[in-house]
Design a binder for this molecule. Sequence first.
Ligand code: GCO
Length: 453
Amino acid sequence: MKNKFPNDFFWGTATASYQIEGATDKDGKSKSIWDTFTHTPGKVKNNENGDTAVDHYHRYEEDIELMANINLNSYRFSLAWTRIIPEGIGKINPKGVDFYSRLIDKCLEKNIEPFITLYHWDLPQSLQDKGGWANRDITNIFSDYSEAIVKNFGDRCNHFITFNEPQVFTIHGYVDGYMAPGYKDLEKYFASIHNVNVAHGKAFQAMKSLNNNIKIGCTLNMAPCIPATKSSEDLHATKLFDTYWNRSFADPMYLGRYPELLIDDVSKHIQQDDMKNIFQKNDFIGLNHYQHIRIKADNKSLLKARGAFNDELPFGLDGKDAKLTLMGWEIVPDAYYDQIMDLKNNYGNPNIYLTENGAAYPDLIEKNGEINDTDRIDYFKKYLSAVKKSIDDGAKVKSYFAWTFMDNFEWALGFEKRFGIVHVDFKTLKRTPKKSYYFFKKLVEQNSIPFDF
Ligand code: GCO
């Protein structure tokens, strides 16, 4: 039928270890840079942290049951490196492996395909102490870690994502200091870009040599960049920011070269065979997308360009219907379509896994206990329509993972922003499905967007 998604489409939700697991010092887990960052006063809103998060470590069975009850056929989650190899290098921690084994087995028991992210920002602190992503040694260390993952889970899992949003953790971790490890250092930033690219390429080869059947790609957060004003400064800033945000990983990994505006900054880090190693036959590209970004020139920012705040836009947002989510992000479904088509047209028509998309809203609980998150449902209808259109226009989209399954720890913003289709009471940790959870049930059941929901 015309409105149907492909038969073998993966419907799921995405999460990240530090945002949901809690149990940060249990069963041999070591400290990650996010444990350090959140325990440094002033870094996170209200000085909140993920020590307990939403206790997925102990409640994963209940959580997977909730996914199974609406027939989701896949689940994207990340592994905490600090549970599996606590020192970052060397000895494997059997209890950490056991946790993820049980989680994977629970998924499989419920016919849920696990999609594993190897790195969603929680670097072992011991590796940060050696320079983190700015130290080239990490390229081999990450590759060793990736081998341990495939040795332990490659028999049961088919899809592996090396990195989640490398530009986010390098820009916010090394340029503006907004996220862990909190540096403001351009030299470290440029070194990190190249090291992450090389780490991806080495890990890809190491993992494939252990198991050639698994599918591997990287997840990038991509967003069309548009100038905040028509000034030549903002136009130039937009080109710069587009390079840093959208192309610094996509181009080397998926086209085999650095974008022109970046080449001078990274060239001193490039060693023999690096470009060949980075450019692998990736099985897919993972796309996280939330919004388009309006860019402003800013001489005070290290990159000379940054996202504009909405109140800085001289003419306001386009049109009187412009709407924002609780993050202040503009709702522009056309930008999602454009982004997917950009990958199709400019990156060799790859398999595309949509690995994150979603919206934060206040989600008030009504007297009868219901959470009628109709704004979020409306957002999903619009964004899913953009996805469907891109498929009709030839993009090879294979999955849609909503961000996120349940409310959780939103990094430097603490617990303030709720993105889940399941509500979590952060005191009691009780899970309550929102209306959007039932929207997803119907979506999966009919394999098409339930516009009448
Ligand atoms: C990211 C991460 C998620 C976030 C989500 C909402 O995209 O930043 O992958 O961990 O929580 O995107 O900001």
